[in-house]
Design a protein. Sequence first.
Length: 160
Amino acid sequence: MNDWYLKRYSFAQTETEGRLIVPGLGTYATIERPWIATSTPGGMPNESCVPDGAYNLERHTRPDGSRSYALVNHHLGVYHFEEEVPPSGGRFLILIHIGNWITDLSGCVAPGIRRYPMLNKKTGKLEQAVAGSGRAMREIMTAPWRPRTLHIITETGTGR
């Protein structure tokens, strides 16, 4: 089975936390931006995590050359590239990529080895973060098989 699971369990005003389960590799801590609803599908572009659902995972190379995965689900208003977004709106380039704090993310998902508060040099504040994101992404991108689907779910009782 090549499906991955992102189980979200904490929805704060400042971040969304979860666990990314990658069969054959392990479980990674995740951090995302908080949920911000909008009138267009997929949540607020660049500011919100994406809605729960099943997403196709497509390989993506970022401008700095680093590899990542793009989340795609047209029914939820999430597209790989901007030119795919219909006139009715939606989001694009929602990636799983290296990052420690939500200030490193524009609506994407950052995996890490563990989670704890760290000093964010951009803000000068102690903030919730994931550590070991570079290591987590190297492990994820060198998986011996390509994932097909990422299932994002809210764990029972956490609400949103």
